[in-house]
Design a protein around this ligand. Structure first.
Ligand code: FE
Ligand code: CA
Length: 521
């Protein structure tokens, strides 16, 4: 049923006490207004996937976010939305109505088109007599635009128990055009020390359990605020489903069909809680999130999925899946050229675009560390297998394509390791004199804990293409990009256990176009 048909039927149902209409809309049989037992916009509002002329608006009705379906029982709830030029919502440029249904946990993903480029808009939702907070979003520059600065922030790895999401308060203060999340938006499991707050349930497996986990994370005021004030792009990593899962294999080697049911539940909950376009809506355990965003003539931004399609990690621990322990040279399976981190289909899609798209920059947003990271201090090599080090042949294919891409200036954004790393991606990591192909910035974590700084210092010394490492500071990355250069600020929180913590710039690097070797400033 298209949106126009739907809208007419709602008018019919609410306009008169027609028996057929009340059958179609039992929730409205008592009249046109729904009265909520509590304020339904507890999870806030969000926007995402901006284009020059379009954006996705999101909310989810949940009067009681901790209970299944937010405590709602209606089969359909009509929700009006408005988009305005001003924060007071007086100059409304578009409005409409959408339906919230229990099938999608009463979440809404409204795609607004026909907007003006490179400007802020304001929006809100109305259901029954409840009105949401007013959100703000921003469209991208026109496709032909060349001379502008793009300011964006990216973040990853926000374990709810290990700290407050204060990084987002500082991101909001930076006022970026765009926020990118690189995964581990939720954590399924409880771990780490010095918890400042607790998960309210055991590890989620079912759809309702994953929904409750998202609702808990979204109770963080700074996270809600960042969603309300800035458009987001997002990819997931492993913890949105389960630690170290790969495609259809769980870290515990659960039966495949059983794990795919869990993955389907986790993916659906992710969709329901993020401002994603309908094209990403899951079908069973399949959910296509990898996409390409054109930012004027400045950048081709690739959002990559490192989990759904990947080959199983090589040399897993006995009777387990996942990455597990790091491996040395004896794991020759690691070198198997048929292993793929992105999966063959996504690889081919990416290579096609890299070979044919022209821009000033390519930006690859991906969830983990792409640079080789030899953890064996001194002779010999030892690698983790969950990140790109588990898939060196696939990494080499990508690096070869980046080296010969139509756009030669390549920036890689990474997460997962809860550490700031600044690296040059080499044609051959084992030969430091080989060509530099791209620059990688890995953005610590919003809260999640890492290993000791002394270990990071040793790793950076061991890997000459790694220029900087900081694992003792939580935070995010702040980027400013124009046609000549990228300025990257590594932003570090003073104390993640303090919701009101301050934030300082730990280090800054500049990448000039034409030179993938970053310079510290
Ligand atoms: Fe993480
Ligand atoms: Ca070594």
């Amino acid at each position: 049923m298209n949106i126009n048909t739907r809208r007419r039927r709602i008018v019919l149902a609410t306009g008169a006490a027609l028996a057929s209409a009340s059958l179609a809309f039992p929730a409205l049989a008592q009249g046109q207004r729904i009265t909520f037992a509590a304020y339904p916009f507890t999870l806030g509002v969000a926007s995402g996937y901006p284009q020059a002329d379009a954006v996705v608006l999101w909310t989810r009705l949940a009067p009681f976010p901790a209970v299944p379906q937010g405590g709602l029982v209606e089969t359909r709830i009509p929700v009006r939305w408005e988009l305005a030029e001003d924060e007071a919502m007086t100059r409304i440029v578009q409005q409409g109505e959408a339906e919230a249904t229990p099938q999608w946990a009463y979440s809404l993903h409204v795609e607004v088109k026909g907007l003006q480029p490179q400007r802020h808009y304001f929006y809100r939702f109305m259901a029954g007599d409840a009105v949401s907070p007013v959100g703000r979003t921003r469209t991208l520059p026109p496709l032909a635009a060349d001379h502008f600065d793009l300011r964006f922030a990216y973040a990853s790895c926000q374990h709810y128990e290990q700290g407050y999401f204060a990084a987002y308060r500082h991101i909001v203060a930076d006022n970026p055009d765009l926020i990118i999340h690189l995964g581990d938006y939720i954590y399924e499991s409880s771990w780490g020390k010095a918890h400042v707050r607790k998960h309210n349930s055991t590890e989620p497996v079912t759809l309702d359990e994953y929904r409750a986990r998202y609702a808990l994370y979204k109770s963080d005021v700074d996270l809600q605020s960042a969603h309300k004030l800035h458009p987001w792009l997002a990819i997931w990593d492993d913890h949105e489903v389960q630690n170290d899962y790969a495609n259809d294999r769980s870290q515990h080697n659960d039966p495949r069909e059983q794990f795919l049911l869990r993955r389907a539940a986790a993916y659906q909950a992710y969709y329901e809680h993020m401002p994603l376009p309908a094209a990403m809506r899951p079908r069973g355990p399949a959910m296509p999130i990898h996409t390409r965003i054109e930012i004027g003539q400045l950048a081709q931004l690739y959002l990559l999925d490192g989990r759904q399609y990947r080959s199983h990690q090589p040399c897993p621990p006995p009777h387990k899946g996942g990455g597990g322990n790091s491996v040395d040279e004896s794991c020759t399976e690691r070198l198997d050229p048929t292993l793929s981190y992105l999966g063959r289909g996504q690889e081919q899609w990416l290579y096609y675009n890299l070979d044919s798209r022209q821009a000033r920059w390519n930006i690859l947003a991906q969830p983990t560390l792409m640079a080789q990271c030899d953890r064996q201090i001194g002779p010999g090599q030892r690698f983790g297998t969950d990140a790109w080090d588990g898939y060196p042949a696939a990494r080499q294919r990508l690096i070869d394509h980046l080296q010969h891409a139509k756009t030669r200036d390549n920036i890689v954004l990474g997460g997962d390791v809860h550490t700031f790393y600044v690296s040059t991606l080499k044609q051959d990591f084992d030969h430091p004199e080989s060509a530099a192909v791209a620059t990688e910035f890995v953005g610590s974590s919003v809260t999640s804990q890492s290993w000791a700084q002394s270990k990071t210092d040793a790793v950076v010394r061991e890997n000459p293409h790694m220029l900087f490492g900081n694992s003792e500071t939580r935070g995010y990355m702040r980027m400013q990009l124009n046609g000549q250069r990228l300025l990257a600020d590594l932003r570090g929180l003073n104390d993640v256990a303090d919701a009101g913590t301050g934030c300082t710039t730990v280090a800054s690097y500049v990448v000039e176009r034409g030179n993938p070797n970053p310079q510290r400033v």
